[in-house]
Ligand binder design. Sequence first.
Ligand code: IMP
Length: 191
Amino acid sequence: MKLVFATNNAHKLREVSQVVGDRFTLLTPRECGIDEDIPEEQPTLEGNALQKARYIYARTGLDCFADDTGLEVDALGGEPGVRSARYATDGHDDEANKRLLLERMQGVEARGAQFRTAIALIIGGKEYLFEGIVRGNITLEEQGDGGFGYDPLFVAEGCEQSFAEISAEEKNAISHRGRAVRKLAEFLQEL
Ligand code: IMP
């Protein structure tokens, strides 16, 4: 079964393919002739996921899904949240984002946070939403150089290593995106 996944991020594509398994062939927007940036201008993760999926569906008519993820830090009132990619600058600068987060968390003792992923699926023209959350803590400094984004700054509950120090399989087993994608996969299997 073919599904368009609204990302051109190879890292994410790999993570998600591992979870959905062989039954689904994931196509990227580029493989469907969509080269431009897909708009995500909504104030919530769910709104952005829906906006991206609707954009793909309107142009291709193919079954598709899109995700949006935010790092929600308790002590910062849920920031950076939906603005996680553009926290420090308008570009998508992971290094600047991590620096800014550590700066804002300087001297903060309660370091609880969560990654949250919203997935919007459009199948047969109907829309569905799925959510995945992983709770954890923001580290005092960067730990590890694997993963991407805020991975070196996040240690999941029950773990001692950051997301940048564990394997992709270990991360998928507990991560926000892994959880949301497994819900999506379970739903698709029941169709
Ligand atoms: P997106 O919605 O997946 O594009 O992610 C928004 C922001 O959160 C970007 O800055 C990503 O780098 C970051 N992000 C998303 N997923 C993860 C993750 O699994 N680990 C670390 N950072 C992530």
